[in-house]
Design a protein around this ligand. Structure first.
Ligand code: PMP
Ligand code: GLN
Length: 382
């Protein structure tokens, strides 16, 4: 393994899901739903396969039906106009979009400012591009970014800001004022913004605000999202990028040599999914909000310090009330102690102290599973 990927041997999600499988524990670690998305959308994928649509290499940028549906979604929810032909790119999940964006836009030695705790692929992709990650630490209890500090971290080497809102793992959602301040900084210092908005439809208070909609931002922003989260088909790996023609062309160049194209039949199905009525999106969010409250209440009752998330399907907690401070050790022992798997946020920080005692639980699970997990966690006796 080369030096750039040194220490990135196995993702924490794979490690903890393997632990869940090995021990039979309830997996509230990796973020994937235990109920599939809409049956008619699954049928649409089956139909596409049967009818021979997408079974051979689809077009590189994605099938026109899906690119059109993505552009319509950006217009319908945010009033953002993108040309399906040149300003939209279909990727193998948001993960490939992030990788392709980093590989396409960064020069070795460039600096990328990203929130920490960071979604794990950010660190790896920045490293693979030969660039340097500059963390802006989000701190408990509210995980708001310090915008003065952000400004101070911009140097002549800073090439881009890598944003994530709603934020995994903390559930922090950037406010319109924060987005405006970040946008102004990006314009003033001529920075690109890559924004990971995979949880765009999981904002519990108000609505999602894409930074691309702010003045001066459309031309410098690469927006990324994914069908995995919004439609509960994480295994299909359908993601996308919307951006200016120039930025999409750059990201597409890298994507061509990563996967060439993304799986065909699922693209037809997701084109249908994106056109589901507003009720689908509202019900999805309301359902997850109810689950958030279930798990939030349960975790508090079990003795955790709980940081209520404003979005995503994750809750970050602190284990100090149990007299413990090492999240990684806690998560490794948790299946044995009470039959539950969680994710230590500590691995998402460069600063070893900032997230040392933080543990993340997902609530994208059936109510009965969440109730069972909470009952088990109560045995910890915090
Ligand atoms: N970004 C964030 C913040 C995520 O939480 C995830 C996955 N769960 C991804 C990107 C990756 O999305 P995908 O599964 O579409 O590759
Ligand atoms: N994004 C999911 C999470 O945060 C996991 C995806 C993955 O395993 N790479 O749990």
């Amino acid at each position: 393994l080369n030096r750039r990927l040194n220490g990135m041997g196995s993702t924490i999600f794979a490690e903890m899901s393997a632990l869940a499988t090995a021990t039979g524990a309830i997996n509230l670690g990796q973020g994937f739903p235990d109920t599939d998305g809409p049956a008619e959308i699954a049928e649409a994928a089956v139909r596409a396969i049967r009818e021979g649509r997408g079974n051979q290499y689809p077009p590189g940028p994605g099938i026109p039906e899906l690119r059109t549906a993505i552009a319509e979604h950006q217009q319908r929810f945010y009033g953002l106009g993108y040309d399906p032909d040149g300003e939209v790119l279909v990727t193998a999940g948001a993960t490939e979009a992030i990788a392709a964006a980093m590989l396409a836009l960064l020069e070795p030695g460039d600096e990328v400012i990203a929130f920490e705790p960071f979604y794990d692929s950010y660190a790896a992709c920045i490293a693979m591009a030969g660039a340097t990650r500059v963390p802006l630490t989000l701190r408990a209890p509210d995980f708001r970014p310090d915008l003065d500090l952000l400004r101070a971290k911009v140097t002549p080497r800073t090439r881009l800001l890598l944003l994530n809102s709603p934020h995994n793992p903390t559930g922090m959602v950037l406010t319109p004022d924060e987005l405006t301040a970040i946008a102004e900084l990006a314009c003033e210092r001529d920075l690109l913004v890559v924004t990971d908005e995979v949880y765009e439809h999981l904002v519990f208070d108000g609505t999602h605000h894409p930074i691309a909609a702010l003045p001066g931002m459309r031309e410098r922003t690469v927006s990324i999202s994914s069908a995995g989260k919004t439609f509960s088909f994480t295994g299909w790996k359908v993601g996308w990028v919307t951006a200016s023609r120039e930025l999409v062309a750059a990201v597409r160049t890298a994507k061509q040599y990563l996967t060439y194209v993304s799986a065909g039949p699922f693209q037809y199905a997701i084109a249908e999914a994106l056109r589901l009525p507003d009720d689908y999106y509202a019900d999805f969010c309301a359902d997850l909000l109810r689950k958030r409250d279930l798990l939030d209440t349960g975790l508090r009752a079990a003795g955790f310090e709980v940081y209520e998330p404003q979005g995503t399907y994750f809750i970050t907690t602190d284990i100090t009330p149990f007299g413990e401070k090492d999240a990684y050790a806690f998560c490794r022992a948790l299946p044995e102690r009470c039959g539950v798997v969680a994710i230590p946020n500590s691995v998402f920080y460069d600063d070893p102290d900032a997230g040392r005692s933080q543990v993340r639980f997902t609530f994208c699970k059936q109510d009965a599973v969440l109730a069972d997990a909470v009952a088990r966690l109560e045995r910890l006796g915090g």
